[in-house]
Design a protein around this ligand. Structure first.
Ligand code: COA
Ligand code: AMP
Length: 637
């Protein structure tokens, strides 16, 4: 095997050759003739001419190549006290029959389907069945409210909505039925068919007669075979928060995605076919797509689907129990999960009952990993704890400490080095590279490697405007960061209005829209403030309309409810502060970034464009009085 440096260099010198070689490692029905092709619209696709099917690679190929009786998916659900597994053959058969049922409902290649499901194996079956037929799936995270589901329905225009009676949050039952009904009512696009899984723990209350039962679809007597798809056919759309209230529909292709994931399983995560891999995330996020479902199965691993939380289900030992019980080799989650465990079990005493001799690596992503948590985890588990960086847009890591090449020495606070084929640079305002050690904007030479979004769903222009226009020739990642002399990169946080709350990517603009719609609010700013457990939490600063009489407590309660009902509980929106004025530039732009710096106790240069610097003192005092910001966070980050 080549060294990291050899592969990194080759991947930039002859990118197409590098990836065509990697493409040999998956089973094509017809091999691609080309690596990268530029189209009339200026955008690129990977592996044109290649014919394949991702669901085939994840299931049938494994069954036909000696893995039929190996566990493909282990379901561990402490919230329902359920544990069982499906072999590759069992999973393939379930998927084929479910796909047969979807076909009977009239679904065909190129149609779209929304999947709004909790962490149950049926969700994996639905995802893989769509992929089998070439039906483009779009999974919506269960923690989003009806409005978020509705805007995704309107953008994706699905023929069918696959859903369940609900999810379980520790012990709270979250009924999906009213959310689904409200979303269908709100959406302009009319969904023909709703397929409903009634979970034994959450019986349906309404039993809408129009729902098709999950059983009817899954027990379809005809098993559908896989469609022969083009490598460039979309596999899925995954909506992610951008800087406006309207989420961006990230498109994932079939071919580039499969090739990149296959490459990543060994080179980044260090796992071989037959190994047990666990990503403790949710199918609603990109990590769930890539590393609960597609990546591990394409690699012939055993993947774990966990329905629970790192704590309280039932206690902070859950992660250790699962790693020990199923002999997990490589593990992946967001740092916040370990901060939660550490908070409840600072000495790590719950680990003692669960030896994990098979565990080789722990990977963290989704937000910056604070050094203290990283060290705590490393000492407790005695395995390398590896921070790595990626986005929904890429679908796989772009910076990492790559296990398959032999690890580099770990540098605390760094997300690793550039993954081969990602030509990442740190740029200043003018688009020039900054010297090593200096902070700037993280940008990647365009065109991007396989699996990265070819475009946004039905919106090439927004793709170009959001990512390609800021620095010609580069993709704008939206993060700030720097690199050191030895090629290690450090991510310092978003440079836009996107925040990361407990590893969940959210838009403050979306929350602002909701807050601004309150009858008493004249103007507002929602900012992400550093938090020792969740990384960041949203805080709203509101200026009331003249003559409004509402107590701060009532206003806070009303706004919390509004955001919860519109965006969803996952926003963790719990703090509102009434301000006299908001700091602005002379042209009226609210200085949210400066407000964030004040809350996080960071120094900043006074912007020359500020309208009235005194407002910053007022906001500082407001934060002090209302105990907002890192100075009031008991442990700090
Ligand atoms: N369906 C419905 N509601 C959900 C939900 C879902 N799938 N996921 C979260 N929520 C709700 C929670 O119940 C909570 O509601 P509450 O305000 O009534 O308590 C709210 O959304 C916030 O959830 P969360 O941010 O998960 O906070 P928490 O306090 O319940 O748990 C952690 C904190 C750290 C344990 C949890 O966030 C966690 O495990 N994070 C790891 C995140 C992760 O895996 N990210 C994926 C990227 S790798
Ligand atoms: P998502 O698209 O939900 O995966 O979120 C992507 C964003 O999460 C990135 O743009 C970063 O802001 C943040 N992120 C992901 N991984 C890391 C990391 N290792 N360190 C710091 N931030 C990260």
């Amino acid at each position: 095997m080549n060294t990291y440096l050899e592969d990194y260099t080759q991947s930039l010198q002859d990118t197409e050759k590098f990836w065509l070689q990697e493409a040999e490692k998956i089973d094509w029905f017809e091999r691609p003739e080309r690596g990268l092709v530029q189209h009339e619209n200026g955008l690129f696709t990977w592996f044109d001419g290649g014919k394949m099917n991702t669901s085939y690679l994840a299931l049938d190929y494994q069954v036909e190549n000696g893995r039929a009786d190996q566990q493909a998916l282990i379901y561990d659900s402490p919230v329902t006290q359920t544990q069982y597994s499906l072999t590759y053959r069992q999973l393939r058969d379930k998927v084929a029959h479910f796909a047969g049922g979807l076909k009977k409902l009239g679904l065909r290649k190129g149609d779209t389907a929304i999947i709004y499901m909790p962490m149950v194996p049926e969700a994996a079956v639905a995802i893989l069945a769509c992929a089998r037929l070439g039906v483009i799936h779009s999974v919506v995270f269960g923690g989003f409210a009806a409005h978020e589901l509705a805007i995704r329905i309107d953008d994706a225009e699905p023929k069918v909505l696959l859903t369940a009676s609900g999810g379980i949050e520790v012990s709270r039952k979250v009924r999906y039925e009213p959310i689904v009904e409200a979303a269908l009512e709100e959406a302009n696009h009319k969904v023909n068919t709703v397929v409903m899984l009634e979970r034994p723990h959450i019986p349906l209350e309404q039993k809408n007669q129009n729902y098709i039962s999950w059983k009817e679809v899954s027990e379809c007597p005809e098993a559908a075979t896989y469609e022969i798809l083009d490598a460039t056919d979309p596999l899925y759309i995954l909506y992610t928060s951008g800087t406006t209230g309207k989420p961006k529909g990230i498109v994932r292709d079939n071919g580039g995605h499969a090739v990149a994931l296959k490459y990543s399983m060994k080179t980044i995560y260090g796992v071989d076919p037959g190994d047990v891999y666990w990503a403790a995330s949710d199918i609603g996020w990109v990590v769930g797509h890539s590393y609960i479902i597609y990546g591990p199965l394409i690699q012939g691993c055993t993947s774990i689907m966990f329905e629970g939380k790192p704590i309280k289900t039932p206690d902070p030992s859950t992660f250790w129990r699962i790693m020990s019980q199923y002999k997990v080799k490589s593990f992946f989650t967001a740092p916040t999960a370990f901060r939660a465990i550490r908070k409840e079990d600072p000495t790590g005493s719950f680990k003692a009952a669960y030896p994990t001799p098979e565990l080789r690596y722990i990977f963290l992503a989704g937000e910056r990993c604070d050094v203290s948590t990283l060290n705590w985890l490393r000492e407790l588990t005695q395995v390398p704890v590896l921070d790595h960086w990626w986005q929904t847009e890429s679908g796989w890591p772009m910076m990492a400490n790559m296990a398959g090449y032999g690890l580099f020495p770990i540098k605390e606070g760094s997300a690793g080095k550039r993954v081969p084929s990602f030509d990442i640079r740190i740029l200043d305002e003018e688009g020039n590279e900054v010297p090593h050690g200096e902070e700037g904007s993280v940008a990647i030479k365009y065109p991007l490697p396989p699996s990265c979004l070819p475009t946004l769903w039905k919106n090439d222009q927004r793709f170009k405007d959001s990512y390609l226009s800021r620095y010609p020739g580069y993709y704008l990642a939206g993060d700030g960061g720097y690199r050191d002399e030895e090629g290690y990169f450090y991510i310092t946080g978003r440079i836009d209005d996107v925040i990361n709350v407990a590893g969940h990517r959210l838009s403050t603009s979306e929350m602002e829209e909701v807050v601004a719609s309150h009858w008493g609010v004249a103007e507002c700013a929602v900012i992400g403030v550093a938090n020792s457990l969740k990384g960041q939490i949203p805080v709203a600063f509101v200026v009331l309309k003249e003559g409004t009489s509402i107590s701060s407590e009532d206003l806070e309660k009303e706004l919390i409810l509004m955001v919860r009902n519109t965006v969803g509980a996952v926003a963790s929106f719990k703090r509102v502060s009434v301000a006299k004025r908001l700091p602005k530039t002379r042209s009226g732009k609210i200085l949210r970034k400066i407000m964030r710096y004040i809350a996080d106790g960071k120094s900043f240069n006074m912007p020359s464009t500020i309208e009235d610097p005194v407002v910053l003192d007022e906001i500082r005092e407001n934060m002090h009085i209302n105990k907002i910001g890192i100075a009031f966070d008991p442990t700090g980050l």
